[in-house]
Design a protein around this ligand. Structure first.
Ligand SMILES: N[C@@H](CCC(=O)N[C@@H](CS)C(=O)NCC(=O)O)C(=O)O
Length: 203
């Protein structure tokens, strides 16, 4: 299996962490330039997004799809909690806040950092406000959310939240100072081997 993505990418880190946790070998193919608009630069993904997984002559798009494919190709017996297994309103809202914040973070970074658009523009101001709102919501509830998760070896919620919080430190768009519970969560989760072996870096 080949993973096409970037080691600096929030969404790419999720499958990298899953592959590490589930001992699935992946060949990594970096995407050098995110400003390109040709499909070939994104391994055929018509949405021009990464990551992409190449397996058995096909391309699979989207971080969550790729995590599932990695799990299906693993012999690990680890219990995995997928988003559809979240059975209560708190947990479901929490995953939604993480997905929202991940999208908002990509929008701010692609807009203001990669494409040098004005950060003070109203569009980015609202995106940052929504990102801050989602983070504040998560910060107030992360302890409850973790307690609500079923017994597990791995969960999409924790991996996605960890990738998000670490990315906010790597590519600051909103200050993390106001979210001590999220920082504490990321500090603790960051001790896992899968986190230490997938640290954000520019390819
Ligand atoms: N729905 C996609 C979103 C992936 C995504 O937004 N990836 C970012 C990199 S972290 C990207 O491709 N950004 C390029 C762009 O937005 O132009 C997924 O779940 O994988």
């Amino acid at each position: 299996m080949q993973l096409v993505g970037r080691h600096s990418s929030l969404y790419t880190r999720m499958p990298l962490m899953f592959a590490d946790e589930l001992a699935v070998p992946l060949e990594f193919v970096p995407v050098p330039d995110m400003t390109r608009t040709d499909v070939a630069s994104y391994a055929g993904n018509p949405a021009l997004k990464l990551p992409i997984l190449k397996l058995q002559g096909a391309e699979l798009y989207g971080a969550l799809n790729i995590c599932r494919a990695i799990a299906e190709n693993s012999t690990s017996q680890k219990l995995i909690v997928w988003p559809e297994m979240l059975a209560d309103t708190l947990s479901r809202n929490a995953q939604e806040m993480v997905w929202h914040a991940m999208t908002a973070q990509v929008t701010v970074v692609m807009g203001t950092v990669v494409n040098h658009l004005p950060a003070e523009d109203g569009f980015f101001a609202k995106t940052r406000a929504g990102l801050a709102g989602a983070l504040g919501w998560l910060d107030a509830r992360v302890g409850q959310c973790l307690s609500a998760l079923p017994p597990r070896g791995l969960s999409v919620f924790e991996v996605s939240l960890f990738c998000l919080v670490e990315h906010l430190a790597f590519r600051p768009s909103v200050a993390l100072d106001e979210y001590p519970a999220l920082r504490a969560f990321a500090g603790a989760y960051g001790a896992r081997d899968c986190a230490r072996r997938t640290v954000y870096r520019f390819d």
